[in-house]
Design a protein around this ligand. Structure first.
Ligand SMILES: *Cc1c(COP(=O)(O)O)cnc(C)c1O
Length: 492
């Protein structure tokens, strides 16, 4: 299967490319991205046949259906990385919170957030493709706190790939920052910037299209790629767990095969929700996808009114920083899938120039037939964390936003909901400690201990070890100095 451009073709870039090309060079004409030309379709026989499959078997068959041009041995090795998750037999556990609400836990990998679900296998695949072509790649990652650690973890010491990770200084939790700044592998560089996540992401996007920067890289025989969720190599791995969790509901007898469910997704850049959308388009019985946001509620307004409006707003820092995003990159792929390249280009260009676009009435109806949305304030989030804890479920503030959509987006109360838990409690401990005890706790370390005691659980070793590790990545700079800093790194 080939991949085509969301904003059409400029006559210079290839208009249709393979999966491996799409992951190496994710940016397409006019600033667009690559999307699948068509989606595979799974019938009930496929789902039935996989009801009792393990995660890796299901994953392999989904990748096969996308006809990815990657050697089977590489795929096997990439998927075997799920064996290092907490439970190799079940890397994505499903936990019942209420009779009609199940949580799909996506955080059981090495960096304790859902980014590992895609980045673990993606790192192996990308490095193998680069090696096979005897090419070297620089991966630029902008992170609001979870992508960075997961990207560094998956690429560390891998051949033919170097990684530069940009994070907003002060915009991440202690644990997230430590996960990044204590990385010491030779092929990794971590840079803090003065600004917020949107600044980091836009700096990255302009580097990706900068000819000057590309020329400088050429001198080093290095090409650019990206590990952000604009890269389809991540999205493809994010379709799988939606299917897996649905089948888990069937396995435990909570639903019948074919019964529709709601998916509730805490959303920022919309990669996770896009994976759910593709799963639905491929045949998964989904009634609706509920998009949960925090106070940065651009997506709630977009899905409710059809207006994507960035005028006169800026990012509001919240207790769910991985969702402190205004320009949600993967919405573009939804526009493309529903309305085609010409319309997508028109809308996205308008967003770039006027910071605003509006869907017409018909388009809005199409969006609303599959999506519904709501947002959860920090205060509401704290209350949901406490309420869930009181029935035995410990969750992070991102996951908490799904409880708002569960409360307010369900039109049919007989339909079961799968909500996604996107980070372990350890990554956002001061917020959770506050929710559980009412106390303000400044440092992650103290908060971790308070929660562990209160919930009678252990702090995982991956997290407790961080506090005694040496800090090796100390740079914090202004946006305009990023290019120079990266070139310095490549020269060493
Ligand atoms: C990245 C992230 C999100 C947002 O996911 P998107 O795919 O960007 O929408 C939500 N919660 C956590 C904890 C995350 O790390």
């Amino acid at each position: 299967m080939n991949f085509i451009e969301t904003r059409g073709n400029d006559g210079q870039k290839p208009s249709s490319i393979t999966f491996s090309q799409a992951i190496l060079s994710p940016m397409s004409s006019f600033g667009g991205v690559y999307s699948p030309e068509s989606l595979p379709l799974f019938d009930e026989a496929f789902f039935k046949a996989h009801t009792h499959s393990g995660y890796k078997t299901l994953a392999k068959d989904v990748l096969k259906a996308f006809e990815v041009d990657i050697d089977e041995s590489v795929i096997d090795e990439a998927l075997s990385l799920y064996d290092a998750f907490d439970d190799p037999k079940n890397p994505v556990p499903l936990v019942k919170v209420y009779d009609d609400l199940y949580i799909s836990e996506l955080y059981h990998g090495p960096t304790r957030a859902f980014k590992d679900m895609a980045l673990q296998p993606f790192g192996k695949v990308l490095s193998s493709v680069a090696q096979a072509r005897n090419e070297k790649y620089l991966i630029l990652a902008a992170t609001s706190g979870d992508t960075g650690p997961a990207a560094l973890e998956t690429f560390k010491n891998r051949d033919n790939v170097q990684v530069v990770c940009l994070y907003p200084d002060g915009g991440t939790s202690d644990v997230q920052r430590l996960q990044m700044v204590t990385e010491d592998a030779r092929n990794l560089k971590v840079i803090g910037i003065h600004g917020d996540f949107d600044d980091a992401q836009s700096a990255l996007k302009s580097l990706l299209v900068s000819d000057v920067f590309k020329e400088a890289l050429k001198a080093h025989h290095i090409s650019l790629s990206a590990a952000n969720s604009v890269n389809f190599g991540r999205i493809i791995f994010q379709t799988i767990y939606h299917i897996y969790s649905y089948l888990e509901l069937v396995r435990i007898g909570a639903i019948q095969m074919g019964e529709k469910v709601y998916l509730n997704v805490p959303s920022g850049n919309f990669g996770n929700a896009l994976g759910g959308y593709y799963a639905y388009k491929m045949g998964l019985p989904v009634k609706q996808i509920h998009i949960a946001s925090n106070n940065n509620n651009v997506l709630t307004k977009f899905i409710s009114t059809g207006h994507y409006d960035l005028r006169n707003i800026s990012v509001i820092p919240t207790t769910s920083p991985a969702m402190d995003i205004l320009k949600s990159s993967n919405i573009e792929r939804i526009l493309f899938d529903l309305f085609g390249a010409e319309r997508t280009r028109e809308l996205m260009l308008q967003l770039d120039t006027e910071k605003f676009y509006s869907l017409n009435e018909e388009e809005l109806i199409q969006i609303q037939s599959i999506f519904s949305a709501d947002f959860c304030s920090d205060e509401e989030g704290l209350a949901y964390i406490k309420k869930a804890f009181d029935v035995g479920y410990l969750m992070c503030p991102h996951t908490a936003t799904c409880f708002k959509t569960y409360d307010f987006c369900r039109e049919d109360k007989s339909i079961k909901t799968i909500a996604y838990s996107t980070a372990e409690w350890t990554k956002f401990s001061p917020v959770i400690a506050k929710a559980l005890t009412g106390e303000e706790v400044e440092h992650d370390r103290d908060a971790l201990e308070m929660i562990a005691k209160k919930a009678n659980i252990h702090i995982p070793k991956q997290i407790s070890e961080l506090f005694s590790k040496e800090i090796t990545q100390k740079i914090v700079i202004d946006k305009q100095d990023i290019e120079k800093e990266i070139l310095n790194f490549l020269n060493t």
